[in-house]
Write a protein that binds this ligand. Structure first.
Ligand SMILES: *[C@@H]1O[C@H](CO)[C@@H](O)[C@H](O)[C@H]1NC(C)=O
Ligand SMILES: *[C@@H]1O[C@H](CO)[C@@H](O)[C@H](O)[C@H]1NC(C)=O
Ligand SMILES: *[C@@H]1O[C@H](CO)[C@@H](O)[C@H](O)[C@H]1NC(C)=O
Length: 255
């Protein structure tokens, strides 16, 4: 039974880890991938180092930007940084056309073999952020992509203000993609082994207990019982001084 508990714990545990994000149901790695599709998930956060134009106070709160040190208004920071922040609020991201069109282009370029419905679904849930409280994007994936009339002309290198649609930095995207791909693979294996242990610990006893209906001869049955069910798991333990302390060792049938 310990094995069973362990298996259940390992299954519950892996979905537990997602409590912080949007609620999802099923076994990680089977009914869905944590980061699915990886090409799109690698686009999420690829522009993290690019200041984004925001006007809401939440985007500038406690970010330590120049704006805050000049009396609390982002208006007072140097003019090139005016109202640009690397700590945009979810509401700002959800509304930012620059951000959404750049993300849409990234996904369009990287996810060439993924169904559009899947991309739209991912977009709706994750382009802004992983939290359930995050507002949905103001544009659908299709609508954001439609706003990009030609391939963006510049890459959003680290620190460059996002003031239009830009391309993702290739090396940052690739690093994210590899990490996510590896993560999915490991997570999938983890679930696979969890499920094997789970099914074995439930299924095997059932199958074994069905053996009693099999037409074994009496002699066979008692041999089987003797060998498998009543055998001590620790032979040498029996009849030794240990018994005096720990009592008889459990038999295989008990274990
Ligand atoms: C910058 O944001 C503030 C609010 O934080 C807003 O009042 C101001 O109009 C914004 N500046 C520009 C240029 O949009
Ligand atoms: C992409 O990022 C890497 C590492 O941060 C940097 O070395 C490279 O110059 C960047 N490329 C572009 C086109 O911005
Ligand atoms: C975006 O900002 C860069 C400087 O960071 C500037 O050279 C460029 O003209 C701006 N583009 C637009 C569309 O405002």
């Amino acid at each position: 039974m310990h094995l069973l508990n362990l298996a259940i714990l390992s299954l519950v545990g892996s979905t537990d880890a997602w409590q912080a994000g949007r609620p999802r149901y099923g076994l990680v790695g089977f009914s869905f991938y944590l980061y699915d599709p990886p090409c799109a998930s690698a686009c999420q956060g690829v522009f993290r180092k690019n200041p984004i134009f925001c006007t809401d106070a939440a985007s500038f709160k406690g970010s330590g930007t120049a704006g805050m040190s000049h009396g609390g208004s982002p208006m007072e920071s140097s003019d090139t940084l005016q109202n640009y922040t690397t700590t945009p609020s979810a509401a700002c991201l959800a509304a930012s056309e620059d951000f959404l069109t750049s993300e849409a282009w990234c996904i369009h370029e990287k996810c060439t073999d993924i169904h559009i419905w899947k991309l739209e679904k991912w977009w709706e849930n994750y382009v802004v952020g992983n939290f359930e409280s995050d507002p949905p994007p103001s544009l659908s994936y299709g609508a954001a992509l439609a706003l990009v009339t030609s391939k963006p002309s510049y890459t959003c290198a680290k620190g460059i203000n996002m003031n239009g649609t830009c391309l993702p930095n290739e090396s940052i995207w690739s690093a994210r993609f590899l990490a996510i791909d590896k993560y999915n693979e490991v997570e999938n294996q983890h679930e696979y082994f969890g499920l094997v242990v789970f099914l074995t610990s439930i299924g095997l006893p059932i199958v074994l207990s069905l053996f009693r209906f099999a037409p074994f001869s009496k002699r066979w049955a008692s041999t089987l019982n003797g060998r498998i069910i009543y055998t001590s798991i620790h032979r040498s333990w029996r009849n030794s001084f240990v018994v005096a302390v720990f009592d008889q060792p459990p038999t295989l049938g008990q274990a």
